[in-house]
Design a protein around this ligand. Structure first.
Ligand SMILES: *Cc1c(COP(=O)(O)O)cnc(C)c1O
Length: 198
């Protein structure tokens, strides 16, 4: 199986600061949290470290102001209004993934694939929102074939996006139980929580 050059983002949402410290000591520099409050606490705890911070979960518009300049990557952009709020509040560029809900589960955030081009075109002109690629999550119980189908679709969507944004070079896909399939399909960033901290 191809392993590509996928970067591992250590997802620390269920971990203590001690666990995060250990991960840092092993050389991990990319950390992800899915909640704004948790992210802010973690950043306070690890202030001054050389860390790339990834906000991987949903971001409410009213929380943009307090978090946006503290993060490097935002993985869950799925509304134009949110993008406009980021544009208004950020004082530097933020690398953003457009989240696509390929499996169309009600429980998931993200735009539908058929809306990608329209959505992407509505973001044009925003200077703080740097579109770096596509993010997706597979259903928790998906088996191998379905995972391959979903992640292949995600990579196709990224290529479509790249025609609009030449900066769309990343695919944020794959978690503890499905990163192998994601990497096989071209993922460049895997978001790993439980498998990393056992
Ligand atoms: C929790 C989380 C992960 C990591 O999940 P694991 O199954 O623990 O690897 C990845 N992405 C997002 C968006 C998450 O919320």
């Amino acid at each position: 199986m191809a392993t590509g050059d996928a970067k591992v983002i250590a997802v620390t949402k269920y971990q203590t600061d001690e666990d995060v410290e250990l991960a840092y000591e092993t050389g991990i520099r990319d950390f992800g949290e899915n909640r704004v409050d948790m992210m802010l606490e973690r950043q306070k705890q690890f202030e001054g470290r050389e860390i790339t911070w990834h906000l991987i979960g949903n971001l409410q518009r009213r929380k943009v102001r307090e978090i946006i300049d503290t993060i490097d990557y935002f993985h869950a952009l799925d509304s134009v209004k949110l993008a406009q709020e980021i544009e208004k509040r950020a004082t530097k560029k933020v690398k953003c993934f457009i989240e696509v809900n390929i499996s169309r589960e009600d429980s998931k955030h993200g735009i539908f694939e058929e809306d990608l081009e329209q959505f992407a075109s509505e973001l044009q002109g925003l200077e703080k929102v740097e579109i770096v690629g596509i993010m997706t999550m597979a259903p928790y119980d998906a088996e191998h074939d379905e995972l391959i189908e979903i992640f292949t679709k995600a990579e196709q969507l990224r290529l479509k996006l790249k025609k609009i944004y030449n900066t769309a070079n990343q695919l944020s896909a794959g978690m503890s139980r499905d990163f192998a399939e994601a990497v096989e399909c071209g993922s460049t960033m895997v978001r790993i929580g439980s498998a990393l901290f056992v």
